[in-house]
Structure formats: C-alpha cells, structure tokens
Design a protein around this ligand. Structure first.
Ligand SMILES: Nc1ncnc2c1ncn2[C@@H]1O[C@H](COP(=O)(O)OP(=O)(O)OP(=O)(O)O)[C@@H](O)[C@H]1O
Ligand SMILES: [Mg+2]
Length: 237
C-alpha cells in the first residue's frame, strides 16, 4: 500500500540558509504522525514545503500518488491538504463564523452551513461564540478555531504546526483528544509538528525527529517513547 503523503529526499533553503537536507517521511490515511525537534530544526519549513508555500529545491512530494511539489498552495488545498500554521493565524477582526466560512473557500458556498455544524460539533465552545470576533478568543479557543477552520475544506491530510503552543495544559489535553477523535471520525491522516514530545507521542502512531534539517530518528511512538537519547533531549530524562 502506498502512503497518502510521501515526502522523498526533500531539501529546501531560504537564500543561502539550507533548512532541510534530504528529508523523507510518509503518512498513511488513518495515521497520526508527529514530527519532533528543537527550535530551528526545520519543522515549520517542512510543513511549508508540503503546502507549497516554499519550493523544494530537491526531492519529490507525492499526495495520493500524484506529484505535488510543483503545485501552487491553493491547488494543494484543493487536493485535500490543509495546514494549520504555527501561531494559529486566525483572522482576528472577523467573527468566528466568518473565519470558518473563509476556511471553506475551496468548497461550494452551499456546504458552509453543514461544514460549520460539523466543525463546531468537535469544539462546542466555538458554537457558543460564532458571533464573537476571533481576536477576543483565548489562545486555546483560537487554536480550536484554527483547527475547525481547517476542517471546513474537508481535508484528507491535516497538518498542524505546534497546536499546543501558548495553550493552557488542560486545553492542550482537550485539543489532543479532539485530534484523536477527528482522525477516527473523518478517517483522515494527521501530520503533527510539536515541541512537546510527551503529548505528541501520546496521541501519535509514529514519529520522526528532526535535527538541523535532517531526520535523525524515526519509528513507532512506543519506540520513540522508549529511546534514551530522545528521552534525554525532549522528555526530561
Ligand atoms: N524566512 C526565513 N528566512 C531565513 N531563514 C529562515 C526563515 N525561516 C526559517 N529560517 C531558518 O530555517 C531553519 C528552520 O526553521 P524552522 O522555522 O523550520 O524551524 P522550527 O523547527 O519550526 O523551529 P520552531 O520550533 O522554533 O518553530 C532555522 O535555522 C531558521 O533560522
Ligand atoms: Mg516552527
């Protein structure tokens, strides 16, 4: 069986700075895969390359067997890949409702109502706040909105960049439970970038560890949780 997402020996650079050095990874439908790594390891860069925001200068990315690395970002969203960026990036001056509508821009307008109902079913707090401006939501609620907005395009691969950043611990737990629920219900693939290895490995099936733009370790979540080096570096010993 071929994986839904196949990243094959991808390199990327910002001018002279090479941020990714031949990274390969795969995500299958129904899987949650995490990418761990310290600040500056290249995690965000990897997601930006997959979503077409930054070109790969080497390597190949295939989605559902089709080459994807030369497509513009909008075509990648239409193909079923959606990226929840680091720092959430909700439209703060728009209401929760209108943020959700924007998330469905690739879908027919008639799908919006059902899409909102479906997204809000995962995050009832958003349902109670549809008319509120997104900028007045708490950090955790904004993260929920960013995920709900991504669901509006009915992705087959949901990519999240540090969803736990700046979120209170209890909300963090809630968000990760929701990711597991979304994966089960929607039968999608999830690629999760996290610095918090403990929460990420608790929900993920497999993981990759990036260090200065290269994969240095990979395996099942159980294997990574038991790895001495990883424990020292990311799990506090
Ligand atoms: N716009 C940019 N211009 C130049 N260099 C960049 C740019 N964005 C990132 N880099 C560099 O690329 C490398 C990887 O950065 P990236 O943001 O992908 O790391 P990260 O793993 O997401 O880190 P963090 O955990 O802090 O978000 C770093 O060395 C960074 O300085
Ligand atoms: Mg980052």
């Amino acid at each position: 069986m071929t994986a839904l997402l196949q990243v094959d020996a991808v390199s990327a650079r910002y001018g002279e700075v090479q941020a990714l050095h031949g990274v390969s990874l795969e995500v299958a439908t129904g899987e949650i895969v995490c990418v761990l790594g310290a600040n500056g390891a290249g995690k965000t860069t990897l997601l930006r390359v997959i979503s077409g925001l930054l070109p790969a200068h080497q390597g190949r990315i295939a989605f559902d067997g089709q080459a994807m690395h030369a497509l513009p970002p909008e075509a990648i969203v239409r193909a079923g890949v959606v990226h929840v960026p680091q720092g959430r990036m909700v439209f703060t001056s728009l209401t929760v409702h209108d943020n959700l509508v924007m998330g469905g821009f690739t879908r027919p307008a008639t799908d919006a109502k059902a899409g909102i109902e479906r997204a809000v079913a995962y995050f009832p707090r958003l349902g109670e706040r549809l008319k509120q401006r997104a900028g007045t939501l708490s950090g955790g609620e904004q993260q929920m909105l960013a995920i709900a907005r991504a669901l509006m395009s009915r992705p087959r691969l949901l990519m999240l960049d540090e969803p736990s950043m700046g979120v209170a611990p209890v909300i963090k737990e809630f968000i990760f439970e929701k990711l597991a629920e979304i994966r089960r219900q929607e039968h999608m693939a999830i690629l999760l970038v996290e610095q918090d290895a403990e929460v990420a490995l608790a929900v993920a099936d497999r993981g990759y560890v990036l260090e200065t733009g290269a994969v240095v370790l990979q395996g099942t979540a159980a294997k990574l949780q038991a790895d001495d080096e990883l424990r020292k570096a990311y799990l506090g010993g």
